[in-house]
Design a protein around this ligand. Structure first.
Ligand SMILES: Nc1ncnc2c1ncn2[C@@H]1O[C@H](COP(=O)(O)OP(=O)(O)OP(=O)(O)O)[C@@H](O)[C@H]1O
Ligand SMILES: O=C(O)c1ccc[n+]([C@@H]2O[C@H](COP(=O)([O-])O)[C@@H](O)[C@H]2O)c1
Length: 209
């Protein structure tokens, strides 16, 4: 096993969080334990690069729901830097900014294995992989490690390092799209989002369709 330096290790979880659900929170907790992180920063995207055609709930609502979901857990925090920056949210810009704010930390980007096989399409991926470690978790229904490895389209050295950081995490079958759909259909989202987020959705009439 590689020995870790003593620098503080901070996880970064980026996403649309429209809305944040328990799947996101469970992954963040698993990442803390599996990747020896001291904390995880959730970063809601202004415009996610691969979802530019989708319309999302207002930035303010997505941010407020994230804050409500994580406020009782000192290991979690929320950064509004992508929302403040505006425009398409490239992760390289976010990681550069985070590194500037805490230069002596090690940064670990937490992504799903669907993302791992797409990383070669990310903006300035070479520089990004120099700046931070990537921890990948298997999402529900995803195939075995070997078949993911075959699909990673990055140089061997990069790929080997990424594959060493693919970890099993709890699989919670829930997505933000399902939450939005359930609210629109008048179904309950209790236990799928935190009670504070459930209340927020109903108080603000979000996702009614
Ligand atoms: N149930 C889940 N288990 C593990 N990871 C998840 C889960 N849902 C989302 N993620 C991961 O969380 C990150 C942010 O996801 P995002 O905010 O786009 O949520 P989503 O549920 O995938 O949204 P949508 O259904 O709108 O596409 C991504 O890396 C995504 O792979
Ligand atoms: O930087 C990129 O080129 C890039 C390309 C695709 C996705 N991302 C980031 O990956 C995170 C998850 O994206 P998504 O589309 O799965 O919600 C989110 O923070 C995006 O900004 C980043």
């Amino acid at each position: 096993m590689e020995s870790r330096s003593t620098a503080k290790r901070i996880g970064i979880m980026g996403g649309s969080f429209d809305p944040v659900h328990i799947g996101h929170l469970v992954i963040a907790q698993d990442a803390v334990e599996r990747m020896e992180l001291s904390e995880v920063v959730f970063v809601p995207a202004a415009v996610p690069p691969h979802k530019q055609h989708l319309s999302l709930a207002d930035d303010g609502h997505r941010l407020n729901m994230l804050k409500l979901a994580v406020e009782s857990d000192i290991r979690f925090s929320v950064s509004d830097e992508e929302l403040v920056r505006g425009g398409v949210s490239y992760t390289i810009d976010t990681v550069r900014q985070l590194k500037q704010s805490i230069p002596d930390a090690e940064w670990v980007l937490v992504v799903g294995s669907d993302t791992l096989v797409d990383l070669h399409n990310w903006y300035k991926i070479d520089e990004l992989l120099d700046l931070c470690e990537v921890a990948t978790f298997l999402r529900p229904g995803e195939s075995a490690l070997e078949s993911i490895a075959e699909k990673v389209r990055l140089p061997d050295e990069r790929k080997d390092k990424l594959m060493r950081n693919v970890v099993d995490m709890h699989l919670v079958e829930v997505s933000s799209s399902e939450i939005r759909m359930r609210v629109a259909e008048g179904l309950s989202v209790r236990y799928l989002v935190s009670p504070e987020v459930e209340m927020y959705i109903f108080e603000h009439g979000l996702y009614r369709g």
